[in-house]
Design a protein around this ligand. Structure first.
Ligand code: DWN
Ligand code: ZN
Length: 409
C-alpha cells in the first residue's frame, strides 16, 4: 500500500512517479529457491512541507537486513580509504575528551570503527545483520547485533555512558522511523557530542538522473533542507555539511545540541544552492521522472543495438542499485549474459526479478565479453584503474550515468 502522508511531518505526500513492481534490491537468490520472490511498488513521493524525499511503500526491515545480508562494506579499497578519512575527521571532535565513546550505527563489518579500535578508543558498533556482525567481531570490534532505536540507545548508555560521537554512513536513509532514531540519538549523545552521518545526496541524484539510488532499503534520499527539518524537532541543530564523492554523490551532515558548535557557512551555502537547484519544488521531481524515462529508452536501445550486432554483453558488479535499473528497464538474460561480482555469497545466484546469473570474475578474464555494463558506476575510478586490460584488448564499457554512453580505448 502506498502511504499518503509524510513519515516525518505527517502532512500530505505528493506522488510524481512509479517505477512499478520491484523485488528487494539485495535478494540475490539461488535459482532453485526462486519461487517466493517478494515484490513491492517502488514509488517515491515528496513532502512540500518538510522537503523530505521518500518512498511511499517500504518492505518490513526484517526482509532486508538479516543473517545473510549480501553487502560487505570492506569489498572496495576506495571505500576503505574513505572510511579511514572519516574516522580521522571524527577524531577531531574527540580532542580534549577524557576516555570518549564513539558509537556507529549500521557499523557493517567494522570498516570505520576499526580505526578507533586500533587506537584503543572506546567504541560500540550497532548492526542488525548477524553475518556482518560476526566479521566485525572477528576483527575485535565491539558490536551489538540490533536495530538502533530508543531501547538500544538506553542499553548502550547504561553500559558505556553517553557518546561523544555518534556516526552513521549509508544507514540513516534506510531507517523509516526518523523520529525514533532522532530521539534515540538525543538520548545517547553527550551534551557536547556530535552526531555525524552521510548518505546519498538528493542533489546528486537529480543532477545525474541516478534513480538506481532508489530501492527498498533507501526509504529517504536526504537533502540539507530535509535533515534540517527532521532534527530540529528534537533540538539537534545542523552546524556543518560537507559533500562526499561516494555512492555517486553523498552529503555528510554534522549535528549537535543547539548552541554547542558554531554554525558554519556551509549550511546556508547548501540551503541556498538547493533552492536554486529546485530541491524544494515538486516541478523538479516531475522533470526527474521524464529524465528517468529517457534514460530507460536510451539504455534499452543501446543494449538492443549490441544484440543485433551479435556482441557479447555482460554486467560488471551486481550492486544493489542494479536491481532498480534492470527491473525498471526490463533487462534480462536475453540482453545481458551474466553479471560478474566479487562478493562470494552473490556468486551462483540470479539477480532479483530479472534473473540474470551472477558469477565470479573468472569467466570475465578468461573469455572477455565485447561489452561490459558498469553497474557499480560509483566505483568507476577504482574499477577502470584495475581493468585497463579490458579496453586495451578491444573491450567497451557501457555506462548509463549521467546519460547512456560508450567508453572505448
Ligand atoms: O546503502 C547501501 C550501500 C552503501 O551499499 C546498501 N543498501 C547496499 C550497498 O549498495 P550497492 O550494492 O549498490 O553498493 P556498491 O558499493 O555500489 O556495490 C558494490 C557491488 O559491486 C558489490 O556487490 C561488490 C561489487 N564490486 C565488484 O564486483 N568489483 C565492487 C567493486 C568496487 C569491484 O571492483
Ligand atoms: Zn514532511
Amino acid at each position: 500500500m502506498l502511504r499518503k502522508t509524510c513519515r516525518v511531518c505527517a502532512k500530505a505526500l505528493s506522488p510524481f512517479m512509479s517505477f512499478g513492481k520491484m523485488p528487494l534490491a539485495n535478494a540475490f537468490t539461488k535459482p532453485e529457491h526462486l519461487k517466493d520472490e517478494y515484490f513491492f511498488e517502488l514509488a517515491p513521493g515528496f513532502c512540500t512541507s518538510c522537503f523530505t524525499f521518500q518512498l511511499m511503500e517500504q518492505p518490513d526491515p526484517s526482509h532486508m537486513f538479516h543473517d545473510h545480508y549480501a553487502f560487505f562494506s570492506g569489498t572496495s579499497q576506495h571505500m576503505a580509504r574513505h572510511f579511514e578519512a572519516m574516522a580521522n575527521d571524527l577524531r577531531t571532535f574527540l580532542t580534549d575528551q577524557q576516555d570518549p565513546l564513539v558509537v556507529e550505527l549500521g557499523s557493517n563489518d567494522g570498516i570505520m570503527l576499526q580505526h578507533f579500535a586500533r587506537l584503543g578508543v572506546r567504541h560500540v558498533g550497532v548492526e542488525p545483520s548477524e553475518n556482518v556482525v560476526q566479521v566485525a567481531r572477528d576483527k575485535g570490534i565491539q558490536t551489538v547485533c540490533a536495530f538502533f532505536n530508543p531501547q538500544t540507545a538506553e542499553d548502550i548508555r547504561k553500559q558505556h555512558g553517553p557518546a561523544q560521537v555518534i556516526s552513521a554512513a549509508n544507514v540513516m536513509c534506510h531507517i523509516p522511523n526518523m523520529q525514533g532514531v532522532a530521539k534515540a540519538v538525543d538520548h545517547l549523545l553527550a551534551k557536547e557530542g556530535v552526531f555525524v552521518f552521510e548518505d546519498p545526496y538528493l542533489g546528486s541524484m537529480i543532477e545525474k538522473t541516478s534513480y538506481d539510488q532508489l530501492y527498498d532499503a533507501h526509504v529517504y534520499i536526504f537533502s540539507v533542507h530535509a535533515v534540517h527539518h527532521i532534527f530540529a524537532s528534537v533540538g539537534l541543530t545542523l552546524f556543518h555539511v560537507e559533500p562526499q564523492p561516494t555512492h555517486g554523490g553523498s552529503m555528510r551532515y554534522y549535528l549537535c545540541r543547539t548552541g554547542q558548535h558554531p554554525r558554519r557557512e556551509t549550511v546556508d551555502h547548501y540551503l541556498h544552492r538547493e533552492k536554486e537547484q529546485g530541491l524544494t519544488s515538486l516541478a523538479t521531481f516531475r522533470q526527474f521522472r521524464q529524465a528517468c524515462e529517457q534514460n530507460r529508452a536510451d539504455f534499452r536501445a543501446m543494449l538492443q543495438a549490441f544484440q543485433s550486432q551479435g556482441k557479447r554483453v555482460v554486467g560488471y558488479a551486481a550492486a544493489a542499485k542494479s536491481t532498480t535499473v534492470l527491473n525498471y528497464c526490463d533487462i534480462g538474460p536475453d540482453l545481458i549474459e551474466y553479471i560478474a561480482d566479487t562478493t562470494p555469497i552473490k556468486q551462483g545466484t540470479v539477480t532479483p526479478g530479472m534473473h540474470i546469473p551472477v558469477r565470479s570474475f573468472e569467466g570475465f578474464y578468461d573469455n572477455p565479453p565485447d561489452v561490459a555494463v558498469l553497474f557499480a558506476w560509483n566505483h568507476a575510478k577504482e574499477i577502470f584503474a584495475k581493468e585497463k586490460h579490458f579496453l586495451e584488448r578491444g573491450g567497451q564499457w557501457l555506462l548509463f550515468r549521467p546519460h547512456v554512453h560508450k567508453l572505448t580505448a
